[in-house]
Write a protein that binds this ligand. Structure first.
Ligand code: AHR
Length: 649
């Protein structure tokens, strides 16, 4: 395999991009390798309220009253001068053994004009949109003295506006599920609202679970936020790595992602503490992950629990690990098994008879943290079991080449290894991993399963980064793009890559990590410059790698070609604070159309997007003229540029 490299000639002047002979050469005479068709994907886990308070469209926070064992957090009493109520957790009156508490509402004083009840403040507000239908569902029962009705409403925080309201009755002493539709009128969008349940007469009711959904992506019940899904689809991802990340491992074995507990109706899901400091409802469970892939036309990249937990404990390989090996096999059976298998049949019962398109299974996550050095044996045991039953699947080791040899897998050759790179912008610009010279092309394929450039002085997990904006600025996107160009140049080896983390709820207290690619609150979302840089890369890529070389410039880049159409995608990153007149030389093409297009993301290094300025820095597409085998292109300062050139070889 020919080595694919960009030659960087270092000179002080060039660091500023000032050299007069800045040149970027593309050799189109023959492909230097194949671009992996799976190169660009997404990584996800429950972090930063990615699902609860994020993509998973549930609007009620603490819907099953399990978030705090001593008080009904996010719920409060609603009453007035002439009405009175109390609320309390009640573990003696529960809907089932999964919902291990209920909420008792006791209204002691109320009438038709003076109602009393309780309210939920949502995930930093309930989003109110005009002319929108919301679906509310409640598990409820009463005592013999109360006959209803119950009123449910979406109300402004100042109590002055009722955006939507509906009543239901029919409560009995037995638990029942009630479903109500709430429709808003012509109202101004806001998040300054809450969800209210009131009675207009004294009485006691118990609530087992309260749920409220806005319209979802493809109208799926228990589904996803439409705006966020659209943004994810727009990234053109080929795979989704889930469920983690640390979320897979959990702090302890009991709090790992226990996939069986995430199946079935939501009232059958107890939820669990996630390692990022809050409780997950498990409303977005294994089947929802898989449907999410399907909705994006992306493949699942399933990570299975491999016996290591974040607090440092591990399960010994051998007999102790065996139940977890079986659990992993059963999980795979749920994903791809025939409907006449136990878990394939369960998938069909859960509403999805067709198997999913699974090819990659990652064994654990970041197992280099296991200082007992047990990963080699744990990997081997799980790998062998998977290969015996599903020889077609590719296994991925969670310990990459960037880790010391003693932590890596040696007993087997993993099909792939997962490397993680959270690096400063400067690190990426000056020392991106040297895939061209240091990696064995005959070794395992590489999956860069987590990476991001950070532009602040703080590593992503440093608490001090909490004071920084949740999403990165253009400077970080430039670091990202230099690294993405290196991965694309070497995508004969790097088969898949995904930025992490993907999602962040930007409300105070919403995040545990920065930088994150997409920010949102309850009603709006925006892409960071890193989001748009990734989109420019993932949507403009051919299937052949073309060798590139640069001289007398700080500009870095890569080139690919679509073998069918001949279109060349030239990606250029100018990290300098001044523009660069770049001589672009394309050899090995017989014809180049003089007209192409240029997509540019450029601005001040500190420029960023936010909820209030979602489009401050976004890619701009323009027609490119004067293309020929040698032409000069003016790269703006701090820019990421994709040139699309029509060619014949
Ligand atoms: O992406 C955030 C965290 O970084 C992941 O959960 C973990 O795998 C890594 O350390």
């Amino acid at each position: 395999m020919k080595k694919i490299s960009t030659i960087l000639i270092c000179a002080a002047a060039m660091a500023n991009g000032l050299a007069a002979n800045s040149t970027f050469t593309v050799d189109a005479s023959h492909p230097a390798g194949k671009v992996s068709p799976m190169l660009y994907g997404l990584m996800t886990e429950e972090i930063n309220h990615s699902y609860d308070g994020g993509l998973y469209a549930e609007l009620i926070q603490n819907r099953a009253f399990l978030d705090n064992p001593t008080k009904p957090v996010h719920w409060s009493v609603v009453n007035g001068e002439n009405s009175a109520a109390t609320i309390a957790l009640d573990s003696a009156n529960v809907f089932n053994d999964k919902l291990t508490t209920s909420l008792r509402l006791t209204v002691t004083k109320a009438d038709g004009k003076n109602s009393a009840g309780l309210a939920n403040d949502g995930y930093w507000g309930i989003p109110v949109q005009p002319k929108t239908t919301y679906r509310a569902a409640m598990l409820a029962r009463t005592d013999i003295d109360f006959s209803g009705p119950v009123t449910v409403s979406i109300v402004s925080d100042d109590g002055k506006k009722v955006y939507a309201t509906e009543k239901f009755s029919g409560l009995t002493t037995a638990w029942k599920k009630f479903e109500v539709t709430l429709k808003t009128g012509k109202v101004a969008p806001t998040t300054k609202a809450h969800f209210v349940i009131t009675l207009d007469q004294p009485g006691t009711i118990w609530l087992g679970m309260v749920s409220l959904f806005p319209p979802t992506w493809n109208d799926q019940p228990n589904g996803f936020r439409k705006d966020l899904m659209q943004m994810l689809v727009d990234l053109n991802p080929k795979f989704l790595r889930f469920p983690g990340g640390n979320y897979l491992e959990g702090d302890t074995v009991e709090t790992r992602f226990d996939w069986k507990k995430t199946l079935g109706p939501i009232e059958e899901r107890h939820g669990h503490p996630c390692p990022w400091g809050y409780r997950s409802t498990d409303g977005l469970g294994l089947l929802e992950f898989l449907k999410w892939c399907e909705d994006m036309k992306a493949e699942p990249l399933l990570a299975v629990y491999a016996g290591y937990n974040l607090k440092g404990a591990h399960i010994n390989p051998g007999a102790d690990l065996e139940p977890f090996v079986q659990e992993a096999l059963e999980e795979i059976e749920y994903v791809i098994g025939d409907t006449n298998t136990k878990w394939g049949g369960q998938r069909a019962k859960d509403g999805h008879p067709a198997p999913f398109d699974l090819h990659y299974v990652e064994i654990g996550n970041e197992d280099w943290f296991d200082k007992s050095l047990s990963y080699d044996a744990r990997f081997t045991q799980i790998h062998d079991a998977i290969k015996a039953k599903y020889p077609q699947l590719k296994t991925i080791s969670s310990v990459g080449n960037e880790q010391p040899a003693k932590l890596r897998v040696h007993s087997r050759k993993p099909d792939m290894i997962d490397e993680h790179y959270y690096r400063s912008v400067n690190d990426f610009i000056h020392t991106s991993p040297d895939y061209a010279t240091k990696y064995d092309r005959n070794g395992p394929e590489i999956f860069v399963g987590e990476w991001a450039a950070y532009e602040t002085p703080f590593v992503p997990w440093d608490k001090r980064s909490q004071k920084e904006p949740p999403t990165p600025n253009l400077k970080a996107a430039i670091g990202d793009s230099v690294f993405m160009a290196a991965m694309e140049r070497n995508s004969d080896l790097i088969k898949m890559q995904c930025y992490a983390p993907l999602l962040v709820n930007v409300n105070p207290g919403g995040r545990q990590w920065r930088p994150d690619m997409i920010g949102y609150d309850a009603i709006s979302a925006y892409g960071s410059p890193s989001y748009y840089a990734f989109q420019m890369f993932s949507r403009n890529v051919g299937d052949e790698i073309l060798a590139t070389a640069s001289a007398e410039t700080a500009v870095q880049g890569c080139a690919t070609r679509d073998a069918k159409t001949g279109e060349i995608f030239l990606k250029l990153v100018n990290p300098a604070t001044n523009s660069v007149s770049l001589k672009i030389e394309i050899t090995g093409v017989t014809a180049l159309a003089s007209k192409g297009s240029a997509i540019t993301l450029a601005g001040n290094l500190g420029d960023s997007n936010s909820l209030t300025q979602p489009g401050k820095i976004i890619p701009v597409t323009k027609t490119l003229r004067g293309v020929k085998s040698g032409f000069t292109y003016e790269l703006p300062p701090n820019s990421i540029v994709v040139l699309k050139l029509k060619s014949r070889s």
